[in-house]
Design a protein around this ligand. Structure first.
Ligand code: S3P
Length: 445
């Protein structure tokens, strides 16, 4: 499917976005692990969360979906059934890594597999620490399919330092730690998103987080699950999920680069482990205001007001990377229209996402006329208000597809993105949301 974006249509008005993808994944799985009925409003219904729900169904979990409310009947991990075949995690590394952490404590044999794209992504980062905890788990040369075999329970609590900050790995280990005989300590070089810790706390688990100083003097981030889940039973959830900041990122950048735009995105998640892009855009000269702030179910939310702005180039590196790890494709679209050069370093982890997000981003942005150069650990863009537009391909990466179509909001000619159906993995309402704000996007099969 092609998505064609017609340039120079100002975006105006206000929108509410579907629920946060990370929180939706966690809410579905954690609710299944709890005892009792959970009610989850504003649940993201998209390709990747359907994959999580289908996996839970294969494990014998019952749920209903009413509109965008998910009702889950949680009966605890020990009620899970052995699935008939391999659990298909589709394109979703979050589904695979989180399920692996939960399932190693179940005493059941389960195979976790997924699309060819998912099979390329590194899984040794969960296999090694789970083995240290006593899990019996195999990969295919560090990748999916992942085979979990029954292991001696309870697992062992461990102290583990992640080589690269990762909320998926941290959450995987926290879920395994629920079934361990002693506390588990996870240390990260940067503080990755902490939605799991917040949610587990609301379910009655003791999880602490603090900054520590390592032996070499570096600041590190330590998460400790002090109280494993037996005899404690997780309490069910009754929550409304905030709008997805990573979806909002595309609207924010679109409004910034499209002349005469002025939009409000209401009730978006503003957890500071996720909002690095806001800080970077403000540094670039963006007019962005936050209002109506509150805390909902332990997560900060608020309205984001964005106006078209003249942007200037910026440097992004170090601890900023993890706080905007999913936003580099959107950031690249902003940098493409900024005055001067923007440089990203320390972002090698982008090569392990739904695509190699450094090389593919550079290749496709270049096809649209963006002056972008690839570095091993990032990229450099020389901004230009007069980008041509043209044809580009999504490479099976939802965020790449959306960011390429952003270029078409302000380029001289339209942008056509092929393979755009992949957008429905995380943001099925993408085109409709832009149409509602006055954008001109057409899907053609
Ligand atoms: C996610 C964490 C990030 C992010 C992904 C979702 C999560 O991955 O890129 O889209 O829900 O925990 P890593 O933990 O691998 O950095």
């Amino acid at each position: 499917m092609n998505l064609i974006t017609q340039p120079k249509n100002p975006l105006r008005g206000s929108v509410v976005l579907p629920g946060d993808k990370s929180i939706s994944h966690r809410a579905a799985l954690f609710a299944a692990l709890a005892y009792g009925e959970s009610c989850i409003q504003n649940f993201l219904l998209s390709g990747v969360t359907h994959v999580m729900l289908a996996a839970l169904k294969s494990l014998g979990v019952n749920y209903q979906i009413n509109g965008n409310t998910l009702i889950i009947q949680g009966c605890g991990l020990q009620s899970f059934q052995t699935p008939a075949g391999a659990l298909n995690c589709g394109n979703s590394a979050t589904t695979l890594r989180l399920l692996a952490g939960a399932l190693v404590g179940s005493g059941r044999a389960v195979i976790l597999d997924g699309s060819p794209g998912l099979r390329r992504r590194p899984m040794d980062r969960i296999v090694a620490p789970l083995r240290e905890m006593g899990a019996s788990i195999q990969s295919q040369n560090g990748c999916a399919p992942i085979e979990i075999l029954p292991s001696t329970l309870p697992l062992k609590g461990i102290g583990y330092t992640l080589p690269v900050a990762s909320a998926q790995v941290k959450t995987c280990l926290l879920l395994a730690a629920l079934n361990a005989d002693s506390p588990t300590t996870i240390i990260e070089p940067e503080f990755s998103r902490d939605h799991s810790e917040r949610m587990l706390r609301s379910m009655g688990v003791e999880v602490t987080g603090e900054i520590i100083t390592a032996a070499d003097g570096r600041q590190m981030f330590q998460t400790v699950l002090t109280q494993p889940d037996h005899p404690l039973a997780l309490k069910p959830l009754n929550i409304k999920i905030p709008g997805d900041f990573s979806a909002a990122a595309f609207l924010i950048v679109a409004a910034l680069i499209t002349p005469d735009s002025n939009i409000t995105i209401r009730q978006v998640g503003l957890n500071s482990t996720r909002t690095g892009l806001l800080d970077v855009l403000i540094d670039m000269g963006a007019t962005i205001l936050i209002s109506n702030q509150s805390t909902r179910n332990g997560e900060p939310v608020g309205d984001i007001i964005v106006k078209h702005s003249r942007l200037r180039g910026v440097q992004v590196a170090g601890e900023q990377i993890v706080r905007m790890i999913d936003e580099f494709p959107a950031f690249a679209a902003a940098a493409a229209f900024a005055e001067g050069a923007s440089v990203v370093h320390d972002a090698g982890e982008l090569r392990n996402k739904e695509s190699d997000r450094i090389s593919v981003l550079c290749e496709e942005m270049r096809r649209l006329g963006v002056d972008i150069v690839e570095h091993t650990d990032g990229f450099e863009i020389k901004g230009d208000a007069r980008i041509t537009g043209g044809l580009a391909d999504a490479h099976g990466d939802h965020r790449l597809a959306m960011s390429l179509s952003l270029i078409g909001m302000a380029s001289r000619q339209p942008v056509t993105v092929s393979g755009a159906e992949i957008i429905s993995e995380s943001f099925p309402e993408f085109s409709q949301t832009f149409l509602d704000l006055g954008g001109k996007l057409v899907l053609e099969s």
